[in-house]
Ligand binder design. Structure first.
Ligand SMILES: O=P(O)(O)OC[C@H]1O[C@H](OP(=O)(O)OP(=O)(O)O)[C@H](O)[C@@H]1O
Ligand code: HPA
Length: 189
């Protein structure tokens, strides 16, 4: 879905799809150089990371295997609960693997800080985070990040994998929602 299709539901486009693809190409070049000669286990965090996994992996020239985890810290609202639950674990053993942990967004940082520690505790040789988006002003815990697509303001965003109440993940750009979409309710789960 493109921005025009969303009409007045979309308040502002922050990052176009072209800008995102361009940035992911640059990141892929850096990843290829940094991981030269190593096989990479890309771990995507469902559901938000599907777009960045699909796009970044296709820009990479390195050997890549993919695996997926599902965790939840947000429910259907717009604020992190801070409690991370594993909904689906990896199929692969990460022991001595070089893990590239891919996410759509680092907001409070709680999810990725927890995940990185969790994968390191399983004996991964390295765990490097790549995220399409980061909100530097929203961070509640420090997270060491290998590659960042874009730093964005501390506003709730949708698109490029990011949802509001399950919708808008297939929007091809990243943008903010018009207030009427939230229905005036302070959804906070
Ligand atoms: O830095 P944080 O504040 O922890 O927020 C980031 C997390 O929140 C979103 O996931 P969500 O729990 O909404 O699940 P989803 O990917 O299925 O939408 C996003 O995909 C990250 O996993
Ligand atoms: O800004 C956001 N939008 C959608 N999902 C999210 N999960 C963390 N931050 C966000």
């Amino acid at each position: 879905m493109d921005a025009a299709k969303m009409g007045s539901d979309l308040e502002r486009v922050l990052i176009t799809n072209d800008e995102m693809q361009q940035r992911l190409k640059e990141i892929a070049k850096q990843v290829d150089a940094d991981f030269a000669g190593r096989s990479i286990l890309m771990v995507g965090v469902l559901k938000g990371a599907v777009m960045v996994m699909a796009d970044l992996s296709r820009h990479l020239q390195s050997d890549v295997e993919m695996d997926w985890m599902a965790v939840s810290s947000y429910g259907s609202g717009t604020k992190s609960s801070g409690v991370v639950r594993i909904l689906k674990d990896l199929d692969s053993d990460v022991h001595e693997r070089h893990v590239l942990l891919a996410e759509d967004i680092i907001d409070s940082g709680l999810t990725l800080a927890w995940l990185k520690e969790n994968l390191e505790a399983r004996g991964a040789a390295s765990v490097t985070i790549v995220t399409a988006l980061r909100k530097p002003d929203a961070l509640k815990v420090p997270v060491e990040v290998g590659y960042v697509g874009f730093d964005i303001p501390n506003e709730f965003v949708v698109g490029y994998g990011l949802d509001y109440a399950g919708k808008y993940r297939n929007l091809d750009c990243v943008g903010t929602l018009a207030p009427h979409v939230y229905g005036g309710d302070d959804v906070d789960e």
